[in-house]
Design a protein around this ligand. Structure first.
Ligand SMILES: Cc1ncc(COP(=O)(O)O)c(C=O)c1O
Length: 400
């Protein structure tokens, strides 16, 4: 025992930043500087050589035929859906627990997000509940590989085939993860990636990409990101400027070379942390460990939950849906702090007035339904989350 007032080494706690981009940058500073200098001497700032190089390197990395560099993950989701013809009057099934952009992208096409609850064991969309949410207006199923953990793609793809519905992969949190040997972003109609700086593969600003094996989707999105141009001044669509910046592409090319090693490190750290946390009163979704089959998480965050402090509120809506006030009051976690993962659904429900409440199947006795992002809230979790404040949406911007 130490003297009163003196620090007991066994009890000293040290705040460890959840994401340390400064340390990451220091390790690759020279490589990044050289890549940026190269862009500056080439002055090909818009759709320059590094964009095309990154697209082919990232497509190869993801085992996808095409990659289109974009300004964000949200653009990848939205433009991919628009390229598939999704729009007003359509419904897209999506998990009730995700970052808000999964649902916002659907709303911005003019379609309606239809929320399906997640599996408490994986925090990903529960395939057993998807079919009950399909209606004649359903146009696609969006799986989100949340916290780096691939969704149950075989079951989801089988449902898609059965109902003739394409499956979209929101892979914004799963760079490098594999499902039964297949890379996320290579299994569905298209995959959407975010390179927000704190992601496993993060740019030095906003950036994103769409991956696909469908040449038609790739071609349309390529046009949509660049004012609808097929060739210079040949504008096929009324469209946007959603291009991936050349400097960001140059940075991403450098970081892509390190991604597998960094993911491996994250897995090791996550396993260590999980082992320690398991001795305490926190609950984590299962982490797939190295050497246990071909399915690997990208070692991203996961929502830790302190069992004394963070109860899982029931999310079952009464017949006819959940009154908005109740959804908000009942589902907002009690402890929401900086650094928590995706405190989504209550905010989404406020923002997406056109969306439906989470769909659930028949209640199974003893099985609690929930969306973890509604309930997980230690406030002190994983590296990438430290800079993420909680989503606040005060109004709904109707789709154009
Ligand atoms: C699951 C998910 N989808 C979509 C997005 C949107 O990506 P971006 O911020 O690049 O638009 C994010 C970003 O955090 C995300 O985590």
């Amino acid at each position: 025992m130490g003297r009163m007032g003196a620090e007991d080494p066994a009890r000293v706690s040290r705040a460890v930043p959840l994401v340390d981009l400064k340390a990451q940058h220091a390790a690759i500073a020279a490589e990044v500087q050289a890549a940026i200098d190269n862009v500056m001497s080439n002055t090909d700032f818009i759709l320059g050589a590094d964009v095309a190089e990154f697209e082919s390197e990232f497509a190869r990395y993801c085992d996808a035929e095409h990659c289109v560099g974009l300004d964000s993950g949200m653009s990848a989701l939205e433009l991919g859906m628009r390229a598939m013809g999704i729009g007003p009057g359509d419904e897209v099934i999506t998990p009730a627990g995700s970052f808000i952009a999964s649902s916002s992208a659907i709303s911005f096409t003019g379609a309606r997000p239809v929320w399906v609850d997640v599996d408490p064991k994986t925090y990903n969309i529960d395939p057993a509940l998807i079919e009950a949410a399909i209606t004649p207006s359903t146009r696609a199923i969006m799986a989100v590989h949340l916290y780096g953990q691939p969704a149950e793609m075989d079951r989801i793809l089988a449902i898609g085939r059965k109902h003739d519905l394409p499956v979209i992969e929101d892979a914004c949190q799963s760079h490098g993860a594999r499902y039964k040997g297949r890379r996320t972003g290579s299994m569905g109609a298209f995959g959407a990636f975010s390179f927000y700086p704190a992601k496993n593969l993060g740019a030095y600003g906003d950036a994103g990409a769409l991956t696909t094996n469908d040449a038609g989707i790739a071609e349309k999105v390529r046009m949509m990101r660049n004012y609808g141009q097929r060739e210079k001044y040949d504008h096929v669509y009324l469209a946007w400027n959603r291009r991936l910046d050349t400097i960001q592409a140059a940075v991403l090319r450098v970081k892509l070379r390190h991604l597998d090693r960094w993911n491996e490190l994250r897995r090791t750290i996550a396993s260590d942390a999980a082992a320690h946390i398991a001795r305490g009163r926190a609950r984590l979704p299962p982490l797939r460990r190295r050497g246990r089959g071909p399915r690997t998480r990208a070692g991203r965050a996961c929502g830790a939950r302190h069992i004394d402090r963070d109860p899982l509120p029931r999310a079952d809506p009464p017949p006819g849906g959940v009154p908005r006030g109740r959804l908000r009051a009942g589902l907002v976690p009690r402890h929401r702090g900086r650094g928590q993962a995706n405190p989504l659904a209550a905010d989404v429900s406020r923002a997406h007035r056109g969306g439906s409440a989470p769909r659930r199947g028949r209640a199974r006795p003893g099985r609690q339904r929930f969306s973890p992002s509604l309930s997980s809230s230690t406030g002190r979790k994983y590296p990438h989350q430290s800079t993420m404040g909680r989503a606040r949406v005060y109004g709904f911007l109707p789709p154009a």
